[in-house]
Design a protein around this ligand. Structure first.
Ligand SMILES: Cc1cc2nc3c(=O)[nH]c(=O)nc-3n(C[C@H](O)[C@H](O)[C@H](O)COP(=O)(O)OP(=O)(O)OC[C@H]3O[C@@H](n4cnc5c(N)ncnc54)[C@H](O)[C@@H]3O)c2cc1C
Length: 472
């Protein structure tokens, strides 16, 4: 038996000590169950063999895990619902999986201060539903809204469709309680609408992907319930003209509540997946919504129609029927499963990219993306949050064909490089995780890389928090 195996065996024995410090049944050592928690939804990200899974029920459970991990120098991978698309929640060999999805209580809703306090495992949609009873809303709406947790949303700074008007997760985080690597529990931020005492530490934790601490409670700022939108759909001969429309429309000072793009191949996949009433045989579609009040919505969509037609749109449909709005949003949300279904017919490979470019560069982005599509022996289909310049080109390929896999990875890298070349970022909302950790170094300059390392070392001196993720 090797030295490494001996070490692991003694750690497994120690787990009995950990179990005695946790809520009854929180520690899971059944190999099949542990392995079923080993990965998120990303492709090409290794999932290791964890020592154990803790389904935390309380802050005390999280503290016990961190103290134990510090004492025994064991890596900890915090997990929410594992819907991530970057491998950030994947198991590492000999790690503890600290799953906080079961800590899912909405602790308080405060209509006067328009805030709520929630445990990290609350599902985003469940929070929205609870808030609606108070006439309040929490706008961030990732495509995974019905399945992802608020803790995961905060730890990845999740975006979504309404962000073009209402901002991303970070814009709503006021305060949080965090368990640090050594088990210290600390409250960061404040409950008030304003406050500038000290560094903005909650902002440091937002998007930190489980590498700096485990978030065990969050205070979120809320908005009054959002007004219902009206919707327009513009049909374009190609993605570049749709991209230029977005640039010009947003540049005119418009403030749509949603502005999404689907390219022709994506529209075909969605039509093949379900009947959402989308026209077939288009180069690209833009779906735009406005919920401006006092007649403003109609004006905004008329302005969209003018800009779209000036940029080559063959047709713009406008509807004030809420059923149409819901159907179009459902069509946009169906892109994920529709692409998955299509990818299965092509050998199952699908790499979802997440570059974000300045809105002013969208036309150029699509022109160059077409060249990448032509250069590699894979299919590229694109949808995304066009109003934010945040696009999700998906590379579809035969996962059983080595040559295609290599081509897919090259195309994926070329798309990230294109994003950087246009002054954008390698990830607008899905995060770095394992998938893009080599690329973070391309995006950051030397000073920012050093700051990342120093902050990581200060908060995680033993390097036990989600090692190998984000920090390459
Ligand atoms: C169909 C589909 C559509 C999606 N659409 C979007 C979209 O529109 N916008 C978007 O931003 N993302 C989207 N995603 C990606 C994903 O859903 C989000 O990243 C989501 O925020 C992850 O939440 P989760 O609970 O699944 O977290 P996990 O996947 O479990 O974890 C994600 C990361 O957060 C860390 N983490 C989780 N909980 C905590 C905690 N309590 N404390 C500290 N760290 C923690 C983990 O360590 C990991 O690094 C989509 C995913 C799918 C499958």
């Amino acid at each position: 038996m090797s030295e490494g195996t001996l070490q692991v065996s003694s750690r497994v024995d120690d787990l009995a000590t950990l179990a005695s410090q946790l809520s009854p049944g929180a520690l899971v050592t059944d190999r099949d169950v542990i392995d079923s928690y080993a990965s998120d939804k990303a492709l090409f990200c290794p999932a290791g063999r964890a020592l154990g899974l803790i389904r935390a029920r309380s802050v005390d459970d999280v503290v016990a895990v961190m103290r134990f991990a510090t004492e025994h120098r064991i890596p900890v991978v915090t997990q929410g619902a594992r819907t991530g698309l970057s491998g950030a929640a994947n198991a590492i060999d000999d790690s503890l999986l600290l799953n906080v999805a079961g800590m899912n209580e909405i602790v308080a809703i405060d209509p006067v201060n328009q805030t709520c306090r929630v445990q990290p495992g609350v599902i985003n949609q469940d929070l929205k539903t609870a808030l609606a009873e108070y006439g309040l809303s929490y706008p961030p709406d990732p495509g995974s809204v019905a399945i992802s947790t608020i803790g995961g949303n905060v730890a990845t700074n999740a975006g979504g469709m309404c962000c073009v008007k209402y901002g991303v997760t970070k814009d709503y985080v006021r305060a949080m309680t965090v368990v640090l690597a050594d088990g210290t529990v600390t409250k960061l931020g404040r409950q008030t609408a304003k406050g500038v005492a000290g560094l903005d530490l909650p902002a440091l934790l937002v998007g930190s992907e489980g590498t700096l601490g485990t978030i065990v409670e969050v205070t979120l700022a809320l908005k009054p319930a959002l007004a219902p939108p009206i919707t327009a759909v513009g049909i374009f001969p190609d993605t570049a003209s749709a991209g230029r429309t977005v640039t010009e429309y947003m540049g005119s000072g418009a403030s749509p509540s949603l502005l999404e793009l689907l390219d022709g191949p994506t529209v075909k996949m969605v039509n093949d997946y379900g009947d959402f009433g989308l026209p077939d045989d288009v180069g690209a579609l833009l779906i735009v919504q406005s919920n401006a009040t006092g007649g403003g919505a109609v004006e905004e969509l008329e302005a969209f129609q003018r800009v779209a037609e000036a940029n080559g749109s063959s047709e713009v449909f406008v509807s004030d029927d809420p059923a149409d709005s819901e159907m179009l949003v459902a069509a946009r949300r169906a892109v994920g499963p529709a692409m998955e279904k299509y990818a299965h017919t092509r050998g199952g490979g699908e790499l979802i990219d997440d570059v974000c470019v300045p809105r002013s560069a969208l036309g150029e982005f699509f022109e160059k993306l077409r060249l990448i599509d032509a250069q590699f022996d894979v299919e590229v289909a694109t949808a995304g949050h066009a109003g934010d310049g945040n696009m999700h080109p998906s590379v579809v390929f035969d996962a059983g064909d080595e040559a295609q896999v290599a081509q897919a990875q090259e195309a994926f890298a070329a798309i990230m490089q294109l994003g950087l070349d246009l002054g954008g970022t390698i990830t607008g909302e899905h995060g770095v995780g394992f998938l893009k950790r080599e690329w973070l170094g391309h995006e950051l300059d030397a000073g920012a890389r050093l700051m990342h390392t120093q902050i990581k070392d200060a908060l995680d001196p033993l390097g036990i928090l989600n090692p190998g993720k984000m920090f390459g």
